[in-house]
Design a protein around this ligand. Structure first.
Ligand code: FAD
Length: 465
């Protein structure tokens, strides 16, 4: 492998920092350029998902770069969903019937700092902050930046350029403008926006409510969720329609209306959020959308990765994870094709696109599951059955959630196809009364597996017409 090649990476978020670290470990000379200040020195990110759900595919990426043990220190286990109803009752719905399978809450800046620190230690990686990329010359692999401190225009070049500059990627926009490159691009905005709020730690620094769960207040059209932080607080996120339905961001626009809405819909949480009103009006309202585009590479010299290539809505807790998985998949092709970037990029995008499309679609499905279905009796029956299957027959059954979240070697597209067929099978069998109390668990599982096989077969027949 020719390790002398110079790599320029635009954007030192989660994907760009991991990519710089991995390419640095492989011996490439890496320049990572970020528009914001160094988050290890300047506190940032107010109102921007300060914690994230982190699970097995992400851990696989951390293992690849030797940070598994370090990252575990940042993790708070969440064993299931704690569902809250409007009267303050709650119940726990585990993520898996397998005791060792759970997801984690992790600090976004904490994880980003860990990756930046590890990359910074490598002599062949340099990281530059406060420089914003304005334009990329893809054919000549150079990019123009504005330095926010000196106001100077700076040109960085490399043999290869990666765009890990997030959902609003400059590199992707440059690709889109050049019609010769035929970049297909779509953005589907979600009807709902989000706002981050806080349940602070109690006076003695402890948690005010259960810290081993991802809390959900499902309310049909809208929902509230909360994830714990290591300091005893929770980051609470309200997902609320922007302008449609009975309750929406446009209508809830005075302190009285915020109080009325929260007292009515989430009464058990109001007392835990002393700063609710201030935070509601001070914190930004974020928009959510799904970005799909293709191709991701130009001239065998540039590649967009992470949110720049495939931003998704956050309801499967897989956006960052998918961006990390990008780096794992790219690394596999770097190893296989020994630094021949043209073929690496071409094989990478061919394999990866179908999987990032799958997780994008699954994330949209999960929005309905979280805000509506978690409160639905048929859905709850399905989950109970799946938990029993996973608990008693761990080698024979994985729910869709488990396939996506806890099976890091199964591609997202495979997990989606199998998971959707299983869901359809169980829901149909339950609804038709074909799964009865008298049946043994083994009989129920056999019935579900046979029904799933039939559905997958029907799908294949339709696909091959
Ligand atoms: C509300 C919410 C909740 C989420 N929850 C989860 C979750 O629980 N689990 C999960 O896995 N994912 C979650 N995600 C998704 C996750 O945040 C993203 O998928 C992830 O941040 C993508 O990483 P990235 O590095 O590709 O992009 P980003 O994190 O956006 O990083 C891009 C970086 O590039 C920099 N940059 C941008 N433009 C330029 C420029 N012109 N020049 C130089 N630098 C630039 C930015 O400053 C930034 O540092 C959530 C997202 C949201 C909005």
């Amino acid at each position: 492998m020719n390790t002398k090649e110079n790599i320029l990476i635009i954007g030192a978020g989660l994907c760009g920092s991991l990519l710089a670290l991995r390419l640095g470990q492989r011996g490439y000379s890496v320049k990572l350029v970020e528009k914001r200040p160094d988050l290890r020195k300047v506190e940032q990110d107010a109102g921007r998902s300060i914690n994230l759900a982190f699970s097995d595919r992400g851990m696989k990426a951390m293992r690849m770069v030797g940070l598994e043990n370090e990252v575990k220190k940042l993790c708070l286990p969440m064993l299931g969903r704690m569902i809250h109803d409007t009267t303050g009752n709650k119940f726990m719905s585990p993520y898996s019937g397998k005791k060792e399978k759970y997801i984690n809450s992790i600090s976004r800046p904490g994880l980003n700092m860990l990756l930046l620190d590890a990359a910074d230690k490598l002599p062949n990686v340099s990281i530059i902050f406060n420089q914003s990329c304005e334009n990329v010359d893809m054919e000549n692999t150079s990019a123009t930046f504005i330095d926010y401190i000196t106001k100077e225009k700076i040109i960085h070049s490399g043999d290869i350029i990666f765009g890990t500059d997030g959902a609003g990627s400059v590199l992707r926009n440059n690709m889109f403008i050049d019609k010769e490159l035929r970049l297909s691009f779509s953005i589907d905005w979600l009807s709902h926006s989000y706002k981050e709020l806080t349940i602070p730690a109690s006076e003695n620094g402890g948690f005010k409510t259960d810290n081993n769960a991802l809390h959900i207040w499902p309310r049909g059209e809208n929902m509230l969720i909360a994830l714990p932080n290591l300091d005893g607080s929770f980051t609470v996120t309200l997902f609320l329609a922007h302008e449609t339905g009975m309750d929406n961001f446009n209508k809830i626009n005075t302190p009285e209306k915020v109080s009325e809405y929260f007292e009515r819909e989430f009464p058990d949480v109001v007392a835990l959020m002393p700063d609710l009103i201030d935070e509601f009006f001070e914190n930004p309202t974020g928009t959510l959308g799904t970005v799909k585009c293709y191709p991701w590479s130009t001239f065998g010299k540039t590649l967009i990765m992470g949110d720049a290539a495939h931003a998704i809505v956050p309801f499967y807790g897989q956006g960052m994870i998918a961006s990390f998985e990008d780096v794992v998949v790219l690394d596999k092709f770097i190893e296989k094709y020994k630094g021949d970037w043209e073929i690496i990029f071409s094989e990478y995008q061919k394999e990866r696109k179908v999987d990032t499309d799958a997780i994008a679609d699954l994330a949209i499905d999960n929005f309905s599951e979280m805000k509506e279905h978690t409160a639905n009796p048929l859905f709850q029956q399905k989950r109970k059955l799946e938990i029993a299957f996973e608990n008693n027959y761990p080698d024979r059954y994985n729910s869709k959630y488990s396939l996506v979240t806890f099976n890091e070697d199964i591609p997202y597209s495979v997990a989606m196809r199998r998971g959707r067929a299983q869901d359809k099978a169980i829901l149909n069998l339950l609804d038709d009364g074909k799964i009865t109390e008298e049946m043994s668990l083994e009989e129920k599982l056999t019935l579900v597996l046979n029904e799933t096989k039939d559905i997958l077969h029907d799908d294949d027949v339709a696909k091959n017409l």
